[in-house]
Each structure stands twice: as structure tokens, then as C-alpha cells.
Design a protein around this ligand. Structure first.
Ligand code: AMP
Ligand code: MG
Length: 520
């Protein structure tokens, strides 16, 4: 395995001078050197070939013993210097102080085909940022991150990626529902990959400590390596940097809304400065369309991170980043203007995204209203988001009376579709049909375009749970089956039609399917 290893982050940014691995506050440093722990009986479960080839890792490499050792943290390549990053964050609306990579260790920085990648191990043991926790990860949450991050990539959603999933052979104690019932679970490690894992919290921590020198060093580093087209460091460049982060954050969230992904824990330490979906924890996929839904039971009281609130939270998080960057800019107006712009851009991009889901391309001043009316209809009775939009593409101009028939599979309880609900749907389909008559595109072309934005296959919560249940019994076949399926989420895959189905009834209230906590 010949990797083109780099040390940009550690060469250019200040390190913690303490080398011992114990919990502490780390000041005036962006990271601490730390090695992963040895695991008892590492076993590779899955490798993303696609990601491996991006890194210059061949099939021969990833089937070798060395690969398993390196990506389970048991061997450190001669030229590698693993480290954990220091960051802080606002959790559920409150400043939480120093958090940091408590169970993520940056293993390698690799350059391949002119692209920079950082590879992290998640669950490879304690770091100076582990606080009171163990630095480990369990199999269920590792499967969820592994499958979902790769699925998101193939859906076209900006995201961190995954390279490998391995069992550690160690047992990990978890109180899954935070209800006093702790149990041992299988330990696992995901190696995940991104151009950078820098988060809003990486900047916030230095601003909170009024360490403006390290703040500037880190911002300059970020711009130089990840936003080089913005130019040399200056106040103007810092402002453009913030504008670019705001733009990418909004873009990412609009994609989440399009596919029905709910992140679950949009704390500022879980917001990538590159606008990538990061830290797959108690995330979930909308089944019934519902703006108020969150999969995260830890957030069930206030539902701060519910589906419909994600765009607002993106903005709230950007306010925190603006505050963190302010000491370098010392002018509020340009930052405020960018935050205002986010709101306007949200309106336009959200409308454009929804229009694309409906197959509307020409301008019509009443489109926002038509979409609003559709959302009202979707809430009348539990309606599966994925099935509804996918089936909507079969609608034919001049055939509004068939509308309800086309989408009927999306209703969870068909008997709930009373005469009055059916009438509201029929009225909506009439308006939709009338609106489509104004579009120049043919039915067939519209269907093709709609099917490219409305996925047929997503990682429904119960699907991940089935793979987890099997894996806990030592059977990893379903992990591979779902992995392969989700590589082509927009294509018809007749042999996999069973995954284009509503959530089964047993999963409605099952832990792991509709209820997840931050325990992972
Ligand atoms: P999260 O809610 O997963 O984004 O985690 C918030 C903070 O807690 C981050 O600093 C994590 O690194 C840390 N953390 C979460 N789980 C663990 C764990 N098992 N061991 C050590 N640190 C953890
Ligand atoms: Mg996190």
C-alpha cells in the first residue's frame, strides 16, 4: 500500500505541547498528537471500493492484512502522525466549551490525483478531548455512519465519505436509551474521509478564549488549502470566506430537505466548514412527510433539530460562526448582510428545489402557492415522502383524474383517506395538471428529470436497523446488499423493488427505527 502521505495540517498549525494522552483543556493549539488503541480481534466488514480508489488504494491493498491493521488503528504507517482536533461548540443552543475529537483520530492525510483527503478513525480510543467518555463506537452506530455517508454521496448530497468498517473484537458498554439499562455491545471502527473535518466549532473555540492569534492562523490555513480562490488573507477575504461557508451550508441543507434527511444533532461542532454532512449520529429519513419530525429522542421535547427547522438552524449556526470570525473582521455589517442573504437565498433555492421535485421548470407566479397546497395535502394523512415524489413522475398531462391513483401507495393507512381528503387531493391534482399544461416539456422528459431528483431508494431507518440486527448476529450480507443498492438511488432496480416500500408496521415505534438517541 503506497499512500502519498502529507502533513499539511500538523506542519502548518500549532500543536498541543503535551504528548501524554489524558483529558485536559488544550490551549493555543489546533490539535494534539495521539495514537489509536490496540484492539482485541479486528475484523474487516466492508470497504468502499469507490473511496479506496480515490485514495490510490487498490483491491490488493485493501484485502491485505496491513489494511486491516492500519484502518482498525492497530498499526501506524511509518510516516503517519495521528492527531485529534481541538474544537468547541454550541450544543442544543448553548455554548458547551471545549469538545474536540473525543473519539475520532485523524490517521492520515493523503494526496491523490491532486486531491487532498484526511482519513479519520471513529471509535479508536480516548484522546485528550474524550472528557468522561471512552473514545469508542458501537457496531450499530458505525454501520449507520458507514452506509449513510456513502448513500448520501451517491444521492449527490455534499458529505464526508467512508472508506472502511471494521469490528474491533472489543465490547463496549452503552446505555442506548439513557434509561439506566446499560449493556455490552460490539465495538467497531469506521474510517471516514473528507478533504477536511474542520467544523464551525474549530473557530469558535479560539474566539471564545479570545485567542485571536490562533484563530487567524487557522482561518488563514483554511482559506489557503480549502478556499484558495478567495485570495490572500485580508478582511475582505475573511468576509468572502464567511459568504462561501454560508452558501455551502445552505446548499447542503437544501439537499437534505430534497431527499428527506434529518441530521438530528445540528450542533455547531457538527457543522462542517466545507458544507459537508458530518457526524452521522441519531439521523433519520422522513417516512411520513412531516416538518415536525426528528429521529433524535434526546431532542424530543423541543424538537430543535426537526426536519422543518433545519434551514433555520443552519442560519443560527452561521450566526455563531460569524461571531467567531468577527474579531478578524471587526465590522458587523458585512457579516449581517451575508446572514440576510442566506434568508433570501433560502427562499429562492428552496422554491427551485421543490419545483424540480414537481417537474416544474418554467416560471409561474403561483408555484409557491401550489407547493404550499401540496405540503398541506401531504400532511392530511401519513404520506410516504419518497414514494409520493417518485410516483408523481408518472403523472401524465391531461390526466389529472388519475393523480390520486398514481400516488396511492404512499399512504400509510389507506382507510384514512376519507372522501374529504380524497377531494382535497383531487383538487390539488387538477391544479397541478393545469399548471403542467403550461410546461413545454413532454411527459417522458419530465419523468426523467424528476427521477433524477426524487430518489427511488434511500436508507430508510428500518433498513439500517435490519442490517444492524443481522450484523450483531455475525451476518454482514445485508450491509453489502444495501451498500450496493444505494450506489444507484435514482435508478430503477427491479430486483430490489422490496426496498421501495413503506416502513413496515413493526418498525413504527421500534428503537433504532423511529427512536434514536445520541448514545453511540
Ligand atoms: P457528537 O454528539 O457525537 O457530535 O459528540 C459531541 C462531542 O462528544 C464530540 O466532542 C465527540 O468527540 C464527543 N464524544 C461523543 N461520543 C464519545 C465517546 N464515546 N468517547 C469520547 N468522546 C465522545
Ligand atoms: Mg460530533
Amino acid at each position: 500500500m503506497k499512500l502519498n502521505i502529507k502533513h499539511t495540517f500538523t506542519n502548518e498549525l500549532p500543536a498541543d505541547s503535551v504528548l501524554d494522552n489524558y483529558t485536559r483543556q488544550v490551549k493555543e493549539a489546533c490539535y494534539s498528537f495521539v495514537n489509536p488503541i490496540q484492539t482485541k480481534a479486528p475484523k474487516l466488514i466492508h470497504v468502499s471500493e469507490d473511496m479506496a480508489s480515490n485514495l490510490g488504494i487498490s483491491q490488493k491493498d485493501y484485502t491485505s492484512d496491513l489494511f486491516l491493521k492500519v484502518f482498525s488503528g492497530n498499526e501506524i504507517l511509518p510516516n503517519a502522525k495521528p492527531y485529534a482536533m481541538c474544537y468547541g461548540g454550541h450544543q442544543f443552543g448553548h455554548w458547551a466549551g471545549q469538545l474536540g475529537d473525543g473519539r475520532a483520530i485523524n490517521l492520515l492525510e493523503v494526496e491523490h490525483q491532486n486531491k487532498q483527503w484526511t482519513i479519520q478513525l471513529k471509535g479508536a480510543g480516548k484522546t485528550p478531548y474524550s472528557r468522561t467518555a471512552d473514545g469508542l463506537a458501537v457496531l450499530r452506530s458505525s454501520i449507520r455512519e458507514y452506509l449513510c455517508s456513502e448513500a448520501m454521496y451517491h444521492l449527490g448530497v455534499p458529505t464526508t465519505r467512508a472508506l472502511s468498517l471494521a469490528l474491533t473484537g472489543d465490547e463496549v458498554l452503552r446505555d442506548m436509551l439513557y434509561d439506566g439499562n446499560s449493556a455490552y455491545e460490539k465495538g467497531a471502527i469506521v474510517s471516514r474521509v473528507a478533504p477536511s473535518f474542520l467544523r464551525f466549532g474549530n473557530y469558535e473555540i479560539f474566539a471564545a478564549r479570545q485567542d485571536h492569534k490562533t484563530l487567524k492562523t487557522l482561518v488563514d490555513f483554511t482559506i489557503k488549502h480549502h478556499f484558495p480562490n478567495l485570495g490572500k488573507p485580508s478582511k475582505t477575504t475573511y468576509i468572502s470566506f464567511f459568504a462561501e461557508v454560508a452558501k455551502r451550508t445552505l446548499n447542503m441543507i437544501i439537499h437534505w430537505q430534497r431527499v428527506g434527511f434529518v441530521h438530528g444533532v445540528m450542533n455547531t461542532d457538527n457543522m462542517s466548514v466545507l458544507g459537508l454532512t458530518i457526524d452521522y449520529g441519531p439521523y433519520g429519513w422522513l417516512e411520513g412527510f412531516d416538518y415536525g419530525w426528528t429521529p433524535n429522542t434526546t431532542d424530543s421535547q423541543h424538537k430543535r433539530y426537526r426536519y422543518g427547522n433545519q434551514p433555520n438552524i443552519g442560519l443560527w449556526n452561521l450566526y455563531q460562526l460569524a461571531n467567531a470570525l468577527y474579531p478578524l473582521i471587526e465590522e458587523a455589517e458585512p457579516l449581517e448582510a451575508i446572514l440576510e442573504q442566506y434568508k433570501t437565498d433560502f427562499e429562492t433555492t428552496s422554491l427551485a428545489m421543490m419545483k424540480s421535485k414537481l417537474g416544474l421548470y418554467d416560471y409561474d407566479e403561483k408555484d409557491a402557492l401550489l407547493i404550499q397546497e401540496l405540503e398541506n395535502c401531504l400532511l392530511l394523512t401519513e404520506t410516504d415522502m419518497t414514494i409520493f415524489f417518485r410516483n408523481l413522475s408518472s403523472f401524465k398531462k391531461g390526466n389529472a383524474s388519475k393523480g390520486l391513483q398514481i400516488v396511492k401507495d404512499a399512504f400509510y393507512v389507506p382507510t384514512e383517506v376519507s372522501d374529504s381528503i380524497a377531494q382535497q387531493w383531487k383538487d390539488w391534482f387538477e391544479r397541478y395538471g393545469f399548471r403542467l399544461d403550461k410546461e413545454t416539456m413532454s411527459d417522458a422528459d419530465r419523468q426523467l428529470k424528476m427521477n433524477a431528483v426524487n430518489p427511488k431508494y434511500v436508507l430508510r431507518n428500518y433498513m439500517a436497523q435490519l442490517a444492524i440486527d443481522d450484523a450483531n448476529k455475525g451476518d454482514f450480507k445485508l450491509i453489502d446488499e444495501l451498500f450496493q443498492l444505494l450506489k444507484h438511488p435514482y435508478e430503477e432496480q427491479p430486483k430490489s423493488e422490496k426496498w421501495f416500500a413503506k416502513r413496515p408496521d413493526w418498525a413504527r415505534h421500534k428503537v433504532g427505527c423511529s427512536m434514536l438517541s445520541c448514545s453511540s
